[in-house]
Design a protein around this ligand. Structure first.
Ligand code: ARG
Length: 462
């Protein structure tokens, strides 16, 4: 028996060539090959333990699979489209090496469970890689926060000057986003590390395998609890695709900020030449392409999430062939996001702050107006009223092209007689920072503490 198709017995005509190409998945699921071998080894061991395989048969299978593993690692294993997918390719290769014993490995086993087992194993490794890249980016953020500690920038809301803030505090906001993504991935791993093997096509294996042991051998936390769920659910792919999208949305927003900050209108920062390009026509140009590309590539992650959501919508239980289409989007999203995180870290490492330019901007946009309102509150004026009075003072100063701290006491007192000489102590950029030592605020000490805490929590010694 060496039929090309595993279901050949029931069929009277050969598979159509065009359909064969249309339905193959090995051109993309070959990426799961090493996990297929790993899962097959664990499965063979479990079959041996319940005497479906003899010890000598197990040894043969083990040897054959190990050879295949070696060929895959060396890149010399040949994947064939006519064998449809990675599972059949490896089974065929095993047959070619050890003969009919190879077919015993499929006892009680279905590709429906194999594909989700392989995918989960693959994603366990990818989640590790992702966490590593996030941590690397987080360290880079800490480095920048320390390098430019003390520099004050205008903070924005609505992209309008709002209040002064430490640059370190601003950039540590991105640290916080990445920290939560890391946490999200760790939580996701709990749902990822469930082992489907033993679910068979969907009804559960007809041979009493030790599922707990298989799960443990493969590095899962436990076996899946319901065999129908095991082969039908793709939540473990969608959840990751969602986390990947969230990461990319944050990176995209960050890149947008870098792009704006590098424009001539802002001129807050410079990015290294090595991550920028010029124009083929305009000799003066230096464009922040690295940042623009990350912003652009966020569409890939979001698009892939949408593909996956649409893919499963309306699918009845249990396995349906549609599910084969789950792999290209998650593979693409993972590659894109891991590379984007890496690119982001490289750009941030090279980011330079233009302190003198930023300082000029601190004089614009009445960044200290909130301080004046708060000052009035300390003199007993209700905040809403203090806000109104300050608004009037800003309007007055704006018309005269004056900064708040340049108004005379007499001018201030025209708006409120509680204002005294001590108001000027309030109206400095440094004071605005110093007044915010609250937990999570931009105060000098508070930010320093946050940076130290961040270093400790990711085990960073620099
Ligand atoms: N290549 C298939 C996939 O990726 C493997 C499972 C095939 N199962 C089946 N009953 N045809 O989903």
């Amino acid at each position: 028996m060496d039929e090309k198709k595993p279901w050949g017995g029931r069929f009277q005509e050969e598979t159509d060539k065009f359909f064969e190409d249309f339905s193959e998945s090995v051109s993309f699921d070959y990426k799961l090959a090493l996990y297929e071998v790993k899962a097959s080894l664990a499965y063979a061991q479990a079959l041996t333990e319940i005497k479906i395989l003899s010890d000598s048969e197990y040894k043969l299978i083990y040897k054959g699979l190990k050879e295949i593993e070696d060929e895959i690692k060396k890149g010399v294993f040949i994947f064939r489209k006519e064998y449809e997918d990675v599972h059949m390719n490896i089974e065929k290769a095993l047959f070619e090496k050890i003969g009919e014993v190879a077919y015993k490995l499929h006892t009680g086993r279905s590709r429906n469970e194999q594909v989700v087992t392989d995918l989960r194993l693959f994603l366990i490794d990818k989640a590790e890689e992702l966490k590593w890249s996030l941590k690397n980016l987080m360290k880079t953020i800490i480095d920048k926060a320390e390098e430019y500690y003390g520099i004050i920038i205008p903070g924005f809301t609505h992209l309008q000057h709002a209040q002064p803030v430490l640059f370190s505090h601003w950039i540590m906001a991105y640290y916080e986003m990445m920290r939560l993504h890391l946490q999200r991935l760790e939580d996701y791993e709990k749902r990822l590390k469930l082992c489907p093997l033993g679910s068979s096509a969907f009804a559960g294996c007809g041979f009493n395998l030790n599922r707990k042991k298989i799960a443990k051998n493969l590095g899962f936390n436990e076996p899946t609890r319901n065999s129908v769920f095991a082969v039908s659910s793709r939540d473990f792919i969608l959840e990751l695709a969602f986390i990947l999208s969230l990461i990319m949305l944050d990176l995209s927003r960050w890149c947008e900020e870098l792009i704006i900050w590098m424009s001539q209108e802002f001129d807050f920062i410079d990015l290294p030449d090595r991550y920028c390009t010029g124009s083929s026509l305009m000799p003066q140009k230096k464009n922040p392409d690295g940042a623009e590309l990350i912003r652009g590539k966020s569409s890939i992650a979001v698009g892939d999430l949408i593909k996956l959501m649409v893919l499963i919508k309306g699918l009845p239980l249990s396995y349906n062939r549609d599910l084969q289409e789950d792999k290209p989007p998650i593979f693409e999203s993972l590659d894109t996001v891991i590379n984007s995180i890496k690119m982001m870290a490289l750009m941030i490492q090279g980011l330079k702050i233009k302190k003198e330019n930023i300082e000029k901007y601190l004089n614009k946009g009445y960044l200290l107006a909130t301080e004046l309102a708060d000052y009035l509150v300390t003199k007993g004026i209700p905040f809403r009223k203090a806000h109104y009075i300050t608004g009037q003072i800003v309007l007055y100063a704006e018309k005269r092209g004056k900064k708040l701290e340049k108004l005379t006491l007499e001018e201030f007192q025209r708006f409120s007689n509680v204002i005294e000489e001590d108001v000027y102590k309030w109206l400095t950029i440094e004071n605005a920072i110093k007044r915010r030592e609250i937990f999570g605020g931009t105060g000098f000490k508070s930010v320093k503490k946050e940076i130290d805490k961040a270093k400790k929590e990711i085990g960073y010694e620099n």
